[in-house]
Design a protein. Structure first.
Length: 112
């Protein structure tokens, strides 16, 4: 006959982790067994659980290699130049929005 499955209380006693935390991690890692109403854990999967919980090494962000510089400053267009061009476009568009011949001022009279 095989070994018995652990209840969450058994897992808490054997691992020293709170039962709720152990259950959550085992479920997230796909090692929780639901047999009837209560969750169970196979103690033979404990090493696998610890392995799945380990952080994977992060990839190096900087390798020291030169990468092509495609920034705006490297292509000859500075942020100042881009701002000048944007302002010029806005001025050109707004020239056609003014009323021709001026606006008429109508004095308001106070009514009592």
């Amino acid at each position: 006959m095989g070994r018995m499955l652990w209840t969450m209380k058994d897992a808490e006693r054997e691992t020293g982790l709170p039962a709720a935390a152990f259950q959550k991690v085992a479920e997230e890692k796909g090692l929780l067994i639901r047999a009837g109403r209560y969750p169970r854990f196979d103690p033979d999967d404990l090493k696998e659980l610890w392995k799945r919980c380990q952080d994977r090494p992060k990839a190096r962000a900087y390798t020291g290699e030169k990468t092509p510089d495609n920034s705006a400053s490297s292509t000859g267009r500075s942020s100042v130049e881009r701002a000048r061009q944007a302002a010029k476009k806005l001025k050109q568009r707004s020239q056609n929005t003014s009323a021709t011949g001026g606006a008429q001022v109508v004095p308001l009279t106070k009514t009592s």
